[in-house]
Design a protein around this ligand. Structure first.
Ligand code: HEC
Length: 197
C-alpha cells in the first residue's frame, strides 16, 4: 500500500469518527442489541447526564455545574430520618454483584457490588480499586448528622458530587431500595461492622 493511501485511509477514519453523531451511534446500538428479559431497549435512552458524559470531550464548567444541580435535585433522604439499618445485610449487598441483568429475576433485590470498586472490610482480599478504600469509614469519620447525610446522598446519587462519576446512582436509578441503602450505610458506620475493625 502506498504512503498516500495509508494517509487517506487514516484521514477518512478520523473524519468518520468526528462526524458520527449521537444519533448514528444509537442506531448502530439499536441494530445490534436485542431486548432480553428486563434488559429492554429503553436502556439505550440516555438522560441528560449520561449524554453529557458520553461525548468523549472534556466537560465545560457549565456542564459540570448542571450535572451537579440535576443530580442533587434527585436525592431523597429517608422520610423517617433513619439512616442506618442492618450491617449484616449491608455486607451481603456489598458482596453481591447480581441484579438488573437480562438473566436476573427482576423480583429479587439487586446487589450493590461495592467490592467491585472499593476496599471495605479488612478480611476481604478481593476488591477493586476504581473507588477509594472505605476501610474504617465510620471509625475515621464519625457519625455526625452531616456525615450521615453526605454518605446517604453519595450512595443515592454519586453524580451530585462528582460529575460523570463511574459509581452507579444507586437510589436515583432504583438499583437499591431505601432499606438496602440503610443497610449499606450501617456497613459503613456501625462500630460492630467488619469495616470498622
Ligand atoms: C463502578 C465502581 C463503583 C461502585 C460499584 C461503587 N462505587 Fe463508591 N465510588 C466510586 C468512585 C470512583 C468513587 C470516588 C468519587 C466518585 O468518583 O464519585 C466512589 C466514592 C464513594 C464514596 C465516597 C467516599 C469519600 O471519600 O467520601 C462512598 C461512601 C461510596 N463510594 C460508597 C459506595 C457503596 C456503599 C457502594 C455499593 C453500594 C459503592 N460505593 C459502589 C466507584 C464505585
Amino acid at each position: 500500500m502506498t504512503k498516500t493511501r495509508v494517509l487517506s485511509i487514516a484521514l477518512c477514519l478520523a473524519c468518520a469518527a468526528g462526524a458520527a453523531s449521537a444519533a448514528d451511534v444509537k442506531s448502530v446500538l439499536l441494530s445490534s442489541f436485542t431486548p432480553k428479559g428486563q434488559a429492554t431497549l429503553d436502556r439505550l435512552d440516555q438522560d441528560a447526564t449520561q449524554k453529557a458524559c458520553s461525548t468523549g470531550a472534556p466537560l465545560s464548567g457549565e456542564a459540570a455545574a448542571k450535572i451537579i444541580a440535576d443530580n442533587t435535585a434527585t436525592i431523597r433522604y429517608p422520610a423517617d430520618g433513619q439512616y442506618l439499618g442492618d450491617w449484616k445485610n449491608g455486607d451481603k449487598i456489598a458482596q453481591t454483584g447480581t441484579g438488573l441483568q437480562s438473566s436476573d429475576d427482576p423480583a429479587k433485590p439487586s446487589g450493590g457490588n461495592c467490592y467491585a470498586c472499593h476496599q471495605l472490610a479488612e478480611a476481604e482480599i478481593a476488591y477493586g480499586t476504581i473507588g477509594p478504600s472505605l476501610k474504617q469509614y465510620g471509625k475515621l469519620r464519625g457519625n455526625s448528622e452531616s456525615m450521615l447525610k453526605y454518605t446517604w446522598a453519595k450512595i443515592y446519587n454519586a453524580q451530585a458530587f462528582m460529575p460523570c462519576s463511574t459509581m452507579p446512582r444507586f437510589g436515583h436509578k432504583n438499583i437499591l431500595t431505601e432499606q438496602q441503602i440503610r443497610d449499606v450505610m450501617a456497613l459503613l458506620f456501625d462500630p460492630a461492622s467488619p469495616v470498622n475493625q
